[in-house]
Design a protein around this ligand. Structure first.
Ligand SMILES: [Zn+2]
Length: 79
């Protein structure tokens, strides 16, 4: 359970609103280029335009960890 104590309340609320905003936002589809990618489930994102499904972060389409993983894969491919 999340404890909304006075000491940590503001910080948790700020984080909560940030997460809520991310969950509602729409992202650009790398495949068809339209802003139609929406969060479908935890880490699952789907483009409503071309129906492509992507694995992303739980609350954001791309995460810093995902970006570095992608770079590693691209580096490995080009060798
Ligand atoms: Zn698309």
């Amino acid at each position: 359970m999340v404890n909304f104590s006075v000491k940590y309340g503001a910080r948790i609320r700020k984080r909560y609103y940030a997460v809520r905003k991310e969950k509602r936002s729409v992202y650009r589809c790398p495949s068809c280029g339209t802003d139609s990618v929406r969060r479908k489930g935890t880490g699952i994102w789907q483009c409503r335009h071309c129906n492509n499904v992507y694995a992303g972060g739980a609350y954001q389409f791309s995460t810093p960890a995902g970006e570095s993983a992608r770079r590693l894969i691209e580096n490995a491919k080009s060798k």
